[in-house]
Design a binder for this molecule. Structure first.
Ligand code: HEM
Length: 488
């Protein structure tokens, strides 16, 4: 059996780095036309094999632990940021248990307590920070990504992270976060350790941040009991199957991991969703009417947001779902190949007689965003069309059918998780699938609902923002918008 075709490149070690780095989707689609669903490319000395389409997604995300390893692909990036002993700095079966601990902190009871807190946080943010409100300004122009990043960290800390973190946001915590974030870039992914100031700041901030959480845990142990339904409270007392408890250090590092995992993904998603809403006033108005329908009271005001209603808003759900289809925050999911993977003949290029082997030592790359925007699967694949998720039959139906929203993934050892062969996977699939989806949906829906209830929006740039792929997360370029208070 042969190796997959290698994408043509001029400079040996550098390979296709510039082509891939500038616009990975352009690169993937063009290579797919030339080489088929499976091909390899060189990225600064690494051999990467891309496997596209639902079957390609399955090959990577549904791969056995004897074939692929996430920790070998990510640990050099994540361990200096999260800290030791958790996530990709421990065996996979420990991560699976850590994910169960996190899941049990995201109970319905916990999620139910979040929308009112998020609503309050939005209220404070828009009136104090942006100065919007009665007797104040009625309109403000902002950099949407900056605004949403602030709002996401404020709301995540008020809810999941806990009130001590929320209190710290205005102080030292913000600086630690900035410095840690500065160590979570494509440069860090390519070069784990360089003698640069940003690497030193990252390492200092990791220690300071870890100590910050340690102190919270110690204070809580001294007898303070009033700490709501947050994640620290839930993780305290978690015990691995072999009877070993999570240490306070482990908890601190898991908390940092959750902070980093949710921050850019949700800031990006909310920014893209709001940009599209600014571009499509009809859908913004539809969302407002949806709020009136589900929350309107006899006196014309809107009732408080509850988890139960927030999670069942059809148009809101479609807006987020469609935004994640076109702007999946993570464009490339990597695994290290630890034993040869046979590629089924159906995935090999049509011209090939036999199937391929993806050899040990390669990285395998899944790009669910490719199947999410594949014109062979979705009608008007390049157009943001939330309505496609509302229709019973119609555009994208094939994809809708194979994606089950409430799918349960069993994180048990060796079990084969479902849903790895789907064209719609913004939250990944298989054993590494996201555990933050419900939290993200709750947070995003509540924030967008708050905005829709109070403001109309307008794009303040000549054309819809383009995409910046040079950051870890897929972000909009120069996303200037204005918020204007609705007339009461
Ligand atoms: C894993 C996307 C929000 C925590 C993942 C993966 C994706 C993803 C694609 C799979 C990565 C891989 O297979 O290598 C997203 C998106 C989000 C989001 C699109 C928001 C719109 C969150 C939030 C949290 C979170 C809010 C925490 C509260 C995690 C964790 C994993 C994960 C713990 C597991 C990593 C693993 O098992 O290797 N996420 N995520 N995510 N995410 Fe999220």
């Amino acid at each position: 059996k042969s190796l997959p075709p290698v994408v043509f490149h001029y400079i040996p070690w550098f390979g296709s780095a510039a082509y891939y780095g500038e616009d990975p989707y352009k690169f993937f689609f063009e290579c797919r036309d030339k080489y088929g669903d499976v091909f390899s490319f060189i990225l600064m000395g690494r051999k990467i094999t891309v496997a596209l389409g639902p079957k390609g997604n399955n090959l990577s995300l549904g791969g056995k632990t004897s074939q692929v390893r996430a920790e070998d692909a990510y640990t050099h990036l994540t361990t200096p940021v999260f800290g030791k002993g958790v996530v990709y700095d421990c065996p996979n079966e420990m991560l699976m248990q850590q994910k169960k601990f996190i899941k049990s902190g995201l109970t319905t009871e916990a999620l139910q307590s979040y929308p009112p807190l998020i609503d309050l946080e939005c209220e404070e943010f828009f009136s104090h920070e942006l100065g919007l409100g009665k007797e104040k300004k009625s309109s403000v122009k902002v950099d949407l990504l900056k605004t949403m990043s602030e709002l996401i960290i404020l709301t995540a800390s008020r809810t999941l992270q806990g009130k001590e973190v929320r209190q710290g946001i205005n102080g030292k915590f913000a600086q630690y976060y900035e410095d840690l974030d500065g160590g979570f870039t494509p440069l860090n992914f390519m070069f784990p350790n360089l003698p640069l100031p940003s690497y030193r700041r990252r390492d200092k901030a990791q220690k300071a941040m870890s100590d910050f959480y340690m102190k919270i845990i110690e204070e809580r142990k001294k007898g303070e009991t009033d700490h709501e339904l947050d994640m620290i409270a839930s993780l305290q007392g978690s015990v691995y199957k072999d009877g070993v408890p999570l240490t306070d250090r482990d908890i601190s590092h898991i908390m940092i991991a959750l902070l980093m995992a949710g921050q850019h993904t949700s800031s990006a998603t909310s920014s893209w969703a709001l940009l599209h809403l600014a571009d499509r006033p009809d859908i913004l108005e539809g969302l407002y009417q949806e709020q009136v329908k589900y929350f309107g009271k006899a006196d014309g005001t809107l009732g408080p947001m509850t988890y139960e209603s927030i999670k069942d808003l059809p148009l809101m759900d479609s807006v987020i779902r469609e935004t994640l289809r076109m702007h999946a925050p993570i464009h490339s999911i990597y695994r290290k190949v630890i034993s040869d993977i046979p590629v089924p003949p159906s995935l090999a290029a049509p011209s090939e007689q036999s199937s391929y082997i993806i050899p040990k030592g390669h990285f395998i790359l899944a790009a669910p965003g490719v199947s999410q925007m594949d014109p062979r699967i979705w009608q008007n694949s390049k157009t943001w069309t939330p309505e496609r998720w509302l229709e019973e039959k119609g555009v994208g139906q094939a994809a809708v059918e194979s994606y089950t929203k409430s799918e349960q993934v069993d994180y048990g050892f060796g079990s084969v998780s479902k849903g790895t062969e789907s064209p719609y996977q913004p939250f990944g699939a298989g054993r590494h699938r996201c555990v933050g989806e419900q939290f993200a949906y709750t947070q995003l829906s509540t924030i967008i609902a708050y905005i829709v209830r109070h403001f109309t929006m307008k794009l303040e740039v000549p054309s819809f923002p383009e995409t910046n792929y040079r950051t870890m997360i897929v972000l909009p370029k120069n996303p200037q918008v204005s918020f204007t208070l609705r007339k009461q």
